[in-house]
Design a protein around this ligand. Structure first.
Ligand code: NAP
Length: 527
């Protein structure tokens, strides 16, 4: 039930706080179902907001150097750090996450901003970037070409997914603002509160120029219609919505640059020479359990398919299940709980439906739903227990390689030899990440060479890096994030590589003297 006094969150759009004129959509506590806040943008003048961001935000940001904008990101970090407690409170209620899981989103976002603040500082007083060296175009060196990168004179629209209301904003906003491009964020409705609150704190602190950062919550209707040729759009979400974004006239006819991060059937692959007592086996088991349960499996990078040699199938099933049975599921406010809820009843229905679909092909190896929830009502809460499925001959399966169940669910699959392993991993048709578990550097190198073209990231875990490896599913800002094929074909982060999306590359062909003058206001982009 929505009580009439459920607060309606304002949007920050066109340089002012504006509430929608409709009834709005209610956001709920993921565990109790209690109504928290409402979001709405009915009646807002979208054209005005986009023009304001482009004209005021864009101009103000471009007037600054990279170094000045980097310092600005540092100020945003301070504002967010000062308000962290409020963000954790919102995440516990609206996303149903434990403190540890909220940190992945909240502190992950702040860390990424801080990383770009530091990287940007090194770009100093420059106002544009040189891409590589000058290249001679003829015998006479007097006339040369220099590729330059200039911030696009448009706005960056972010249409984000529900699972990372903080990180999903800041991992994109950091490179956009550092580039000098204003941001309009449309968070996913189910968890929009955290994004809205963070933007509110930053806007109120006055650390960004007017129009540099706007937030519009609620319906996405007609947002894409506002996009003009020099704008960019970043979409994170399902493959189905991605298709709508890609075929929108803004992208198809007005050449709006578009980055898509969609769903992904990420893999974990155990070395064929591993044994049940090997370190590689143990490392794989721990990482699989971590990936299945962190944020209740609601991570685009989470392990969905686990490939092990056929002779280790039963041992792997047993070892993973033995750890999963210890995962307490329930109310994240209870200190005994290790895994909280999914974000909503809708997601719970979708995950249960997904498990049913996978079960047409797979066996259930572990079903955590037999263990009672801690401090949570099985009906009212969006809690779903971990489930391990399995298939001994996954080459025969179809759905297991096609359906991403966005929850604490993974499928163990057997392979007979290396070639079959590569083929099976590739059945994901392009994923964000594959992790390899091996003590043999030669196997890791072979796996990386085989799997690199179909993955954005190959993460190799061997005993020597066990303590320092950053995690299969953790997206680090210095490393590329994105994946080909069904993962959307997008690219994000990767250090200063991320700036490329927000800049336009131009070949300036001119005399050496003119290129010297140009270089005086620029710095060479080094990755
Ligand atoms: P979704 O339903 O596709 O929604 C994503 C966003 O698109 C939301 O903000 C949604 O708004 C908006 N939207 C819905 N219909 C739209 C339309 N017709 N035009 C424009 N925008 C529209 O996806 P989701 O369920 O939130 O996210 C889960 C998926 O995201 C998973 O498949 C996951 O793998 C993927 N994901 C990928 C990454 C990555 O980096 N690759 C990261 C996180 C998540 P409303 O919420 O208001 O409907």
């Amino acid at each position: 039930m929505t009580t009439p006094d459920t607060p309606l969150l304002p949007n920050y759009f066109a340089g002012r706080w504006q509430t929608g004129h409709g009834h709005g959509t209610t956001l709920r506590d993921a565990v109790t179902g209690e109504s928290l806040v409402r979001v709405d943008n009915t009646g807002l003048n979208l054209h005005e907001g986009f023009v304001f961001a482009r004209e005021h935000g864009g101009a103000a940001l471009r007037a600054l150097s990279y170094g000045q904008r980097a310092a600005m990101l540092g100020e945003v970090v301070k504002v967010l750090q000062a308000n962290r407690d409020a963000y954790y409170d919102i995440a516990t209620r609206n996303s149903g996450t434990t403190t540890k899981d909220s940190a992945v989103d909240i502190d992950g976002g702040i860390f990424t901003l801080g990383y770009y603040a530091k990287q940007g500082e090194a770009l100093g007083d420059a106002k544009c970037l040189l891409d590589g060296e000058r290249i001679r175009m003829g015998k006479d060196p007097v006339f040369q070409t220099q590729h330059v990168l200039n911030p696009t004179r448009g706005v960056a629209l972010f249409i984000n997914a529900f699972n990372f209301p903080s990180w999903g904003l800041w991992e994109k906003a950091a490179p956009a603002l550092l580039s000098g491009v204003p941001v309009i964020v449309k968070p996913a409705t189910a968890t929009a509160w955290l994004t809205q609150r963070m933007v509110e704190d930053v806007v109120k602190a006055g650390v960004l120029p007017e129009g540099a950062l706007s937030v519009i919550c609620g319906s996405s209707a007609h947002l894409m219609d506002q996009l003009q040729p020099f704008d960019v759009v970043s979409f994170t979400g399902s493959a189905e919505t991605a298709r709508i974004i890609r075929s929108h006239p803004a992208v198809a006819q007005r050449s709006v640059r578009c980055n898509i991060e969609a769903d992904s059937l990420n893999s974990a692959l155990l070395d064929p020479s591993a044994t049940v007592d090997s370190e590689a086996f143990k490392l794989m088991v721990s990482e699989v359990v971590r990936e299945m349960t962190v944020k209740s499996g609601q991570k685009c990078t989470a392990i969905r398919r686990i490939f092990v040699p056929l002779e280790l199938f039963d041992d792997a099933a047993e070892a993973i299940s033995a750890k999963l049975v210890k995962v307490t599921v329930g109310n994240p406010r209870n200190e005994g709980v290790r895994m909280g809820a999914l974000v909503s009843q809708e997601q719970k229905r979708s995950v249960l439906h997904g498990i049913e679909a996978l079960c047409h092909e797979a066996l259930v190896l572990f079903d955590g739903s037999e263990v009672p929830l801690v401090d949570a009502d099985p009906e009212a809460s969006a809690c779903v227990a971990p489930t391990l499925l399995g298939h001994r001959d996954p080459g025969q399966a179809k759905v297991l390689h096609e359906v991403e169940v966005f929850g604490p669910v993974a499928t163990l699959m057997a392979y007979e030899d290396e070639d079959e392993a590569w083929d099976l991993v590739r059945r994901g048709e392009g994923s964000l990440v594959a992790s390899i578990y091996s003590e043999d550097p030669a196997f890791i190198a072979r796996a990386a060479a085989e799997l690199a073209d179909s993955h954005g990231r190959v993460h190799a875990i061997s005993p020597d890096v066990a303590a320092s490896q950053t995690g299969h599913g953790n997206v680090m800002p210095m490393s590329l994030h994105g994946g080909p094929g069904r993962a959307g074909g997008g690219e994000e982060l990767g250090g200063l590589r991320a700036l490329g999306f927000y800049h336009r590359r131009t070949a300036v062909q001119a005399s050496s003297a003119a290129l010297d003058a140009l270089a005086a206001t620029a710095t060479t982009l080094k990755y």
